[in-house]
Design a protein around this ligand. Structure first.
Ligand code: NAP
Length: 325
């Protein structure tokens, strides 16, 4: 239930507990929240002097199971990451409260930059160029196609997918998308449902995964779906490792059915040193950095949401428990 400003006991500042980035990050969080929401008392998650009754907000990364449920007057749960699985795996998380994802404009911009970089890397065969440079091997080769002849299919046209679509189109790529609900976006062909997925994959020279991690989306890039892509297509996974059936992707890479992959997310993170993906000649691996929002952008976003909640206005970035994202 939303609360109005009058609900606060004026003598005591509402407490925001922070568990993100460890103790060393606390001074920065404090300074930033002090700028955007000076009415908050920002405290460390481990501060034993905090009265649980006065905790109104919690900004968390991997809170210990049961802790969030122990604050009787909590109003909002703020996930310091874009995903919320690090909170919802706690069966006692307070489901009656809004759970907000760090869904900033900066995250969308940074994801757009990464996906453009990855799409161009696949277009120019950057894995091969890196290998050639390492071997001091001067071997000119021609690029198979340019951006305007390249169809990029984006799985998931949410906040991040939408920004990627417009940035890719600005580079000249042709863009299509697949989402749960149909979209009307200038220049983007929108597909939905099983048949829509099939149609989109059949014409995607590059496929970008930007789906949330839900039971429906788990393992959806598998032998059958990868087989629909044109021969020599490229894959960019910036969503979650669980979306890809790893053995099927490896087989497609080994057979060159997939000509390349840019992978930022993995079933096991950090990717173990002995994992074959590190050394695969057609693969670029990055350590889950496609889009990390700055603390400033996250604080600015969450302070806007706290203000909206206090004034009973609609919130952005709310996790929808029934949809699972
Ligand atoms: P979002 O706004 O919630 O968008 C999700 C999109 O996926 C929506 O278009 C949604 O369709 C679609 N979708 C969900 N379930 C579907 C299904 N079963 N079938 C078809 N489409 C489905 O999410 P976002 O903010 O763009 O973020 C996307 C993902 O990026 C996150 O879940 C996270 O895993 C990942 N991420 C990665 C990084 C990184 O650094 N690598 C950083 C941030 C986020 P509707 O539009 O119809 O609802």
């Amino acid at each position: 239930m939303p609360h109005s400003e009058q609900d606060d006991d004026c003598a005591i500042k509402p407490i925001l507990l922070v568990k993100s980035g460890g103790e060393t990050a606390l001074p920065e969080w404090r300074e930033l929240f002090g700028t955007y929401a000076p009415f908050l008392d920002v405290r460390s998650w481990d501060d034993i002097s905090v009265d649980p009754e006065h905790v109104k907000y919690a900004l968390v990364w991997q809170p210990e199971p049961g802790r969030l449920a122990s604050y009787p007057n909590l109003r909002l749960v703020l996930s310091s990451a874009a995903g919320v699985d690090h909170i919802t795996t706690d069966p006692t998380w307070p489901k009656h409260l809004p759970l907000l994802r760090a869904s900033t404009d900066e995250s969308a911009q940074r994801m757009g930059e990464y996906v453009c970089l990855a799409a161009l890397a696949l277009l120019k065969d950057l894995p091969r160029l890196v290998k050639q440079q390492t071997a001091k091997d001067w071997q000119p080769f021609e690029t198979v196609r340019s951006a305007p002849e390249t169809q990029v299919g984006i799985l998931g046209l949410g906040k991040l997918g939408l920004r990627c679509a417009s940035m890719l189109m600005a580079l000249g790529f042709q863009v299509s998308s697949w989402s749960r609900s149909a979209k009307r976006v200038d220049g983007v062909r929108s597909y939905t449902g099983e048949e829509g997925l099939r149609t989109m994959l059949l014409s995607s020279h590059i496929v970008v995964c930007l789906l949330p991690s839900t039971p429906e989306t788990a393992g959806m890039l598998n032998r059958d779906t990868l087989a629909l892509l044109p021969e020599g297509a490229g894959l960019i996974n910036v969503a979650r490792g669980s979306h890809v059936v790893r053995d099927d992707m490896m087989a497609a890479l080994d057979s060159a059915r997939l000509s390349g992959a840019v992978l930022d997310v993995f079933e096991q993170e950090p990717l173990p040193p002995d994992d074959a993906l590190w050394r695969h000649p057609r693969v670029l691996v990055t350590p889950h950095i496609a889009s990390i929002a700055s603390r400033r952008a996250r604080v600015e976003f969450f302070c806007r949401q706290i203000a909206a909640h206090r004034e009973n206005r609609p919130l952005e970035g709310v996790f929808d428990i029934s949809r699972g994202y």
